[in-house]
Design a protein around this ligand. Sequence first.
Ligand code: CA
Length: 218
Amino acid sequence: MRIVLVEDDPELGRRLSERLVKAGFTVDWVQTMATARDWPDLKLTAAVILDLGLPDGDGLDLLRHWRAAGEHVPVLILTARGNWRDKVEGLNCGADDFVVKPIRFEELLARLHALSRRGRGDGGNAVSSGDLTLDPVARIATLGSAPLDLSRKEFALLHLFLRRAGHIIAQDDILEQLYALEAERDRNAVEAHVSRLRRKIGRHRIRTVRGLGYRLEP
Ligand code: CA
């Protein structure tokens, strides 16, 4: 799942990005309001983590701008401890949740997963198709009763396939989900990840639909 992190503090931003990537997210880290304001890929973003004190403005103005533009992406605000005004104003501007600084990463993670669940309108974390099951919070994927040993990218790829089982997923959509915007994007890498995943879950399960993409077969 893709996350946009809007945080100007270089140390906090770097640390959060690293931990989020380790937790299986694809992270686009931006440090200014100007960059975040017209972010091209919000439709593909599972949630935004938004710091309020940005060098070129107030994060709440950014949130107002998005909501006024009809942008519904779940937004989680980072706020200073005890600052209830931030919370009230944040809710009024259309924030979905808060995490208080100093941030406890486990709490941030739990809130992010809850937000993305709400965004998808379902109640559980785990997704499955046939005898394939994946739990993004526990970070476990199984085939039948056997756990699968997947790399981070393979795990993210299987998660994407399971969320859209039976539907064709374009190569570009896979690139969007697996790589941050600034990252080197390479279609050959997608093919390589797909073929490694095929070896682990069975070749027949992921069908190549010529010219269109891939489909996880039920
Ligand atoms: Ca700040």
